[in-house]
Ligand binder design. Structure first.
Ligand code: NAP
Length: 276
């Protein structure tokens, strides 16, 4: 088994994830895993980095596929006995003008952004080594979507005692409410992406609390963040930041020094802790 530190970035064959891997290759002392659901796209991205003189390793990882997550988990366990840095970056968003029914957009978006990210955390968090860092890429949209929720939902999502099961129940209810056409009446905002990112931010707050309760002595720091508005296939060419600029806050959180005791359990953008 190798003692080399290891960093993992999900959905990193392009966009912000690719830029995060690129930065980690330069700044992280250890093996950096570029992961992608499609091996050809992943290998191509690794080759691109190699062309820049950077060494990333590749492993397949589709966060929608539990088997794929588990085989990556087993690989990390066997080869490294765990991992040191996990960046949950993979995500999807329907285009504004997409004509797919809202209920379909809700189900598909939540499946990857919330349930897929949660499945990766369920399988990989127990493997994160002491002084490890976990970064969940959420979005500022989670904050605006939260403000668009009913007072009752806002209170639940801001609660310091909400459990992961309760959060899963709420995310499932959102998808069901959209299918019944009652999501507005039930207090949800009109954004599937926004609700999925509320899920990611609240999940991060819960997971940080669980780490405090169960693994306090391990000094693991876990946060949610927003990369900003970044020029990628998701956000388009009019966005204000380059992918490299978008990677700055996630990389800052991934490389917090070992003597840092925070941020932890926070929502961070532009390297600043924001109110939730
Ligand atoms: P992007 O260019 O569309 O890249 C998304 C990445 O996620 C791609 O590598 C994609 O792989 C991967 N992915 C999607 N579904 C996956 C799955 N099931 N398993 C594994 N990988 C999967 O988007 P981006 O702008 O870089 O976004 C990265 C993250 O930042 C997302 O979580 C997004 O919500 C968040 N974010 C972006 C912005 C922005 O302005 N761009 C703002 C706030 C937050 P394929 O190539 O195979 O599709």
């Amino acid at each position: 088994m190798s003692n080399v530190p290891v960093a993992v970035v999900t959905g990193s064959n392009k966009g912000i994830g690719f830029a995060i891997v690129q930065a980690l290759c330069k700044q992280f002392q250890g093996d950096v895993y570029l992961t992608a659901r499609d091996p050809a796209r992943g290998q191509e991205a690794v080759a691109k980095l190699q062309g820049e003189g950077l060494r990333a390793l590749f492993h397949q990882l589709d966060i929608d596929d539990l088997q794929s997550i588990r085989s990556f988990r087993d690989f990390l366990k066997e080869k490294y006995g765990g991992l040191n840095v996990l960046v949950n970056n993979a995500g999807i968003a329907f285009k504004v003008h997409d004509t797919a029914p809202f209920a379909v957009q809700a189900e598909v978006t939540l499946k990857t952004n919330f349930f897929g990210t949660r499945n990766v955390c369920t399988e990989l968090l127990p493997l994160v080594k002491p002084y490890g860092k976990v970064v969940n890429v959420s979005s500022m949209v989670s904050c605006s979507a939260l403000r668009g929720c009913s007072q009752e939902l806002q209170q639940k999502f801001r609660s310091d005692t909400i459990t992961e099961d309760e959060l899963v129940e709420l995310m499932t209810k959102f998808v069901e409410d959209t299918k019944k056409g009652v999501h507005g009446k039930e207090g949800w905002p009109n954004t599937a992406y926004g609700v999925s990112k509320i899920g990611v931010t609240v999940l991060s707050r819960i997971q940080a609390r669980m780490l405090n309760e169960k693994r306090k002595g391990d000094h693991i720091l876990l946060n949610a963040c927003c990369p900003g508005w970044v020029r990628t296939d998701m956000a388009g060419p009019k966005a204000t930041k380059s992918p490299e600029e978008g990677a700055e806050t996630p990389v800052y959180l991934a490389l917090l020094p070992s003597d840092a005791d925070g941020p932890h359990g926070q929502f961070v953008s532009e390297k600043i802790v924001r109110a939730w």
